[in-house]
Design a binder for this molecule. Structure first.
Ligand code: GDP
Length: 364
């Protein structure tokens, strides 16, 4: 008998048999969450066959900071490299509110309509701080996110700007190998990240708004100098006249800039992303540019320069990582930093001390 209280001697008392507690963990969960692990060859095959699920998983490996993931990712990239390079890469920038998402949706649908396949990637500098990334979010591009010819991927979120940019560049390679012939790299028009985007695209498009008449003041000169095309959004309704005025102001301003390396004269157009006006003209401009730089050799020259740039960037990043993740450096650095802050030793002596320690540790 399980419960002595149920003995016939104890009248009026009955204890029921308990039931087993439900498990606090869902036994099926583990099975469901676990992703299928592919071999490098399976990843590469999947990507080359345009399998979006496998492409997404490969991009996740590229973005991962785990050593093992990086090792596999680099092998996949290497195998995809011979199948990459044959796309038009376009950087798109503009301050928040300038209409990037609305415009990318409109540009993207136009491009798809012409029979192309489009990948939308992003470099979001804010992700470094917030650890969450906003750019490239599918919900911001309503039509495009439903199109099977489009692949939208938010900005990688971890690491330095250099690290984030490298991951995006590697993702371009995988997307091209998967058959995407047009790649957008989006960024917020606020500074440094433009340089990173510029170093991985063929055409740099700057989205602007017509404003109060002094709009030229607010634009970082460096960003305008990088632009191959400036497009003024929201040229609709009452805003058309203002947009036209801004267009001529930008054109005048561009005259003051030095000639571009490509020999291309940056164009200024007006359009409306929301009402889909003037979209074709923007794409005709990009086509014209591509034909122009392919003919004069600048296209190949720039892609080579970019490849060189990224080689050095990767070396720099690897060196930095090797230094800062060195266990002896990790141990010593805080106290040396305190010594510098306390003016006990100079920055240069401290740096030398750390470098010596690092180089010594490599010999061991
Ligand atoms: P983002 O922050 O640069 O991605 O900008 P959004 O695409 O989210 O657009 C910001 C706001 O501007 C939204 O309220 C859009 O509806 C509006 N907008 C975008 N494009 C146009 C346009 O061509 N015309 C008008 N009138 N409004 C637009």
């Amino acid at each position: 008998m399980e419960h002595p209280e149920n003995d016939a001697r104890y009248k009026g008392l009955k204890v029921n048999k308990g039931i087993e507690n439900a498990p606090s963990l869902n036994p099926y969960l583990k099975k469901k969450v676990k992703r299928k692990e592919y071999t490098v060859a399976e990843y590469v095959d999947g990507i080359l066959n345009g399998n979006i699920t496998i492409l997404s998983q490969a991009v996740t490996l590229v973005e991962s900071s785990k050593h093992e993931h990086q090792r596999v990712a680099q092998q996949i990239i290497e195998k995809c490299l011979p199948h990459s390079g044959n796309s038009v890469r376009i950087g798109i920038t503009g301050v928040p509110g300038s209409g990037k998402s609305t415009s990318i949706d409109a540009f993207g649908m136009h491009i798809i309509g012409q029979g192309h396949k489009l990948a939308v990637l992003a470099i979001d500098p804010s992700s470094e701080r917030s650890k969450g990334s906003i750019l490239g979010d599918k919900t911001r591009m309503e039509e495009l996110s439903r199109a099977k010819e489009a692949f939208i991927r938010p900005s990688p979120s971890a690491g330095s700007l250099g690290g984030v940019a490298r991951k995006t560049r590697e993702t371009i390679i995988l997307c091209e190998a998967a058959g995407f012939d047009t790649v957008f790299v989006e960024t917020v028009g606020v500074g440094q990240s433009e340089t990173a985007v510029h170093s991985m695209v063929d055409f740099f498009l700057l989205i602007q708004l017509a404003g109060t008449g002094d709009e030229l003041q607010g634009i970082k000169r460096g960003i305008m100098e990088m632009a191959d095309g400036i497009v003024i959004n929201k040229a609709d309704g009452d805003n058309i006249e203002k947009a036209k005025l801004a267009q001529s102001q930008f054109r005048n301003a561009l005259h003051l800039f030095p000639a571009t390396d490509s020999g291309w004269i940056p164009q200024v157009l007006t359009y409306s992303g929301y009402y889909k006006l003037g979209i074709k003209e923007i794409w005709d401009m990009v086509d014209e540019y591509m034909a122009f730089v392919k003919k004069n050799g600048y296209f190949d020259y720039r892609r080579n320069e970019q490849a060189k740039y990224w080689m050095y960037e990767s070396i720099n990043e690897a060196l930095k990582e090797s230094f800062y993740l060195n266990p002896e450096i990790e141990k010593q650095l805080p106290s040396v930093e305190r010594q510098v802050l306390g003016s006990e030793i100079s920055s240069f002596v401290a740096a030398k001390k750390m470098m010596d320690l690092y180089l010594e540790s490599l010999k061991r």
